[in-house]
Write a protein that binds this ligand. Structure first.
Ligand SMILES: Nc1ncnc2c1ncn2[C@@H]1O[C@H](COP(=O)(O)OP(=O)(O)OP(=O)(O)O)[C@@H](O)[C@H]1O
Ligand SMILES: [Mg+2]
Length: 261
């Protein structure tokens, strides 16, 4: 079974553009042999991930190590994962920019995936409401899932208002303690611009009193203090904003070809 998975991995590696594959990758034969015999190509000394996990509710659980560390995975696949955490007012353009950005990345042969506010609340987080405790748990789960995607080598684009600095800082912590790339992206527009766009009609509802605790109206938005990137969607087009994000990713070591492949 391992040999079959390894063979399909080899096929998918061949499909990746040359620019996305590290020239220092170990030979595929090495990897396949290691997987087949269930022993690591690289020496593994400890269980670094186990120590970084906050105290779980259940007892009698034991961390199971992968045969590959994040670095080893990167060396073999050439796919460097990252999470772009888009935060900003409703209507600032998080979903719009992340959709275009995802497409640009995929067109360039870079694995990318969006985790978007309402979509996640329809599935993974359908048990979450908008109380303070639920908002905190909503963000924690999203951060944990994006961390897994990032570890897997995917450029993950999260689009959540995530209005509280404390929650975003906690999300960052989840990545940084495992040495994974987290970039806070402030999708920054004045409230009057977001309100004039009002793509979901939520500002109208909030102003009429039909919607309570709406960020920017009767609930605060705490702007990031030191975001890795600021996208001013009232000054730049969607396309330009997506290009600015591509550039920021490149600066952080994600290899992205200039043109679609
Ligand atoms: N440069 C731009 N970048 C992004 N969106 C823009 C831009 N210019 C205009 N828009 C418009 O602004 C609106 C942004 O809506 P969008 O749903 O992306 O916001 P959001 O931040 O995801 O909001 P929510 O938090 O409610 O999901 C869209 O109607 C989009 O067409
Ligand atoms: Mg959105």
């Amino acid at each position: 079974m391992f040999a079959r998975r390894a063979a399909s991995f080899a096929t998918s590696l061949r499909r990746l553009p040359a620019a996305a594959v590290s020239p220092v990758s170990p030979s595929f034969g090495q990897v396949a042999a290691a997987l087949a015999s269930r022993r690591a190509v690289f020496p593994r000394e400890a269980s670094p991930r186990a120590s970084s996990i906050s105290t779980p509710k259940s007892e009698n659980i034991v961390w199971s190590d992968s045969l590959l560390s994040t670095e080893e995975r990167l060396a073999m696949t050439g796919c460097k994962g990252a999470t772009l955490w888009l935060t900003g007012l409703s209507g600032s353009g998080k979903s719009t920019v992340s959709s275009v950005l995802e497409k640009k990345l995929i067109e360039r042969g870079v694995l990318a995936y969006r985790l978007d506010g309402d979509n996640v609340r329809m599935g993974l987080n359908k048990d979450m409401g908008f109380s303070k405790a639920d908002r905190v748990e909503n963000i924690r789960r999203i951060a944990e899932v994006s961390k897994l995607f990032t570890d897997c080598g995917i450029v993950t684009l999260t689009s959540f208002i995530s209005p509280y600095r404390e929650d975003r800082d906690r999300a960052r912590e989840i990545f940084e303690k495992d040495g994974l790339l987290f970039m806070e992206v402030h999708v920054d527009v004045p409230l009057d611009v977001a309100e004039s766009r009002d793509p979901k009609g939520l500002y109208k509802k909030a102003r009429s009193g039909a919607l309570k605790n709406f960020t920017g109206i009767d609930d605060p938005y705490e702007a990031p203090l030191k975001p890795e990137l600021v996208l001013k969607t009232h000054d730049f087009s969607v396309d330009e904003c997506a290009d600015q994000a591509l550039e920021a990713l490149r600066k952080c070591g994600v290899s992205i070809p200039e043109n679609p492949v």
